[in-house]
Design a protein around this ligand. Structure first.
Ligand code: 13P
Length: 345
């Protein structure tokens, strides 16, 4: 039987108090790629030390309501032998877990991806719930390119997301439903709008078919933005307008919260755009407009940390600062001056 009340209250708590989610669930290849770029060794121990730096940031719970972990991290401990998941929970942050096993090539569809991980999912979800996780994440990837995305790719991913979401709810975990339309490429903002609207409408149709309780999910979409190499880059307010227009057309009001991914935007732009959405639409939006950033929260801290214990304190300050900026953006109170005065603990 579905634990409806628990799911509803967890989902609400994930977007309560103007706080947002911290995505720190990079898989081995993604985490190693980010480390390699900065010359940080790619080992179990460096990944553990990095994640310890993040979760022990003083005051993180002031702006962060939930943290998404990777399987390796949820089983790791700090150097003082405290389970990472306990550190998170003690900081008042809800622990979550990434459960897809990665986006693989979709057979018969060159350039398109399907996220895997449904096999054995029920048992994995039960274990994560017992460990203390209260929500999960599954990321589907949609690529805009020549003749793609195909309807078959969108349908396959939407169906998979819905199956995952239903399984999570059965286990008492709130599913973060993440259909990410990638920013890579030179496509226009209008193309991103069109594809994202189609994807979201199909995702919600599939969620309905699988009888997913919408009050007990969180949607994690991309913003409506031009491709990274598109010559025309719209202003912040135009991105905010297009994003809300697209979401208002395609996301039911029963969903409690929308937590955007950052997707390769700069940390400042991700804060600025979220801020604009909350200034313009906060009073009209049926859902909380929040964040679930990975790179836009972590990247400045990672670049300071560089794998060195001596840099932990400064790196934590940078992470704390980005979390505070996005907390302000949820209230529409973020501004460029915040970037000058770096917060101290
Ligand atoms: P980014 O904010 O770096 O896109 O990461 C969010 C995320 O969790 C992607 O799955």
């Amino acid at each position: 039987m579905m634990k409806s009340q628990e799911l509803i209250s967890t989902a609400k708590a994930m977007v309560a108090g103007n706080k947002g989610l911290l995505a720190m669930d990079e898989s081995f290849p993604t985490c190693n790629k980010r480390f390699a770029k900065l010359g940080i060794p790619q080992t179990v121990e460096t990944r553990r030390a990095y994640r310890e730096m993040i979760v022990t940031t003083p005051g993180l719970g002031e702006s962060i309501s939930g943290a998404i972990l990777f399987d390796e991290t949820i089983r790791q401990k700090t150097k003082d032998n405290i389970p990472m998941i306990k550190v998170i929970a003690d900081a008042g942050i809800i622990p979550g877990i990434k459960v897809d096993t990665g986006a693989k090539e979709l057979a018969g569809h060159p350039g398109e991806k399907i996220s895997e991980g449904l096999d054995g999912l029920r048992d994995r979800l039960l274990e994560y719930y017992q460990m203390g996780a209260r929500f999960a994440k599954w990321r589907a990837v949609i690529v805009i390119g020549n003749g793609i995305p195909s309807r078959s790719c969108i349908l396959a991913n939407a169906h998979t997301l819905a199956r995952y979401a239903a399984s999570c709810q059965e286990a008492g975990l709130v599913p973060i439903v993440e259909p990410e339309v990638l920013m890579d490429g030179n496509h226009t903002m209008a193309q991103c709008f069109k594809v994202t609207e189609e994807v979201l409408r199909i995702v919600f149709n599939q969620l309905y078919l699988q009888e997913v309780l919408l009050e007990g999910i969180i949607l994690k979409p991309n913003m409506i933005v031009p491709g990274l190499t598109c010559p025309k880059q719209e202003f912040v307010d135009e991105v905010a307008d297009a994003t809300l227009k697209c979401l208002l057309r395609s996301v039911p009001a029963a969903v409690p919260g929308i937590t955007f991914l950052s997707g390769g935007q700069s940390a400042e732009l991700a804060s600025d755009r979220l801020n604009a959405m909350n200034i313009i639409f906060r009073s009209k939006s049926p859902w909380e407009l929040s964040f679930s950033y990975g790179r836009a929260l972590q990247q400045p801290a990672l670049e300071i940390w560089m794998g060195k214990e001596a840099n932990v304190n400064q790196a934590q300050k940078a992470l704390y600062h980005r979390a505070k900026c996005n907390y302000a953006a949820r209230r529409g109170e973020y501004n460029a001056e915040m970037e000058q005065i770096k917060q101290t603990f």
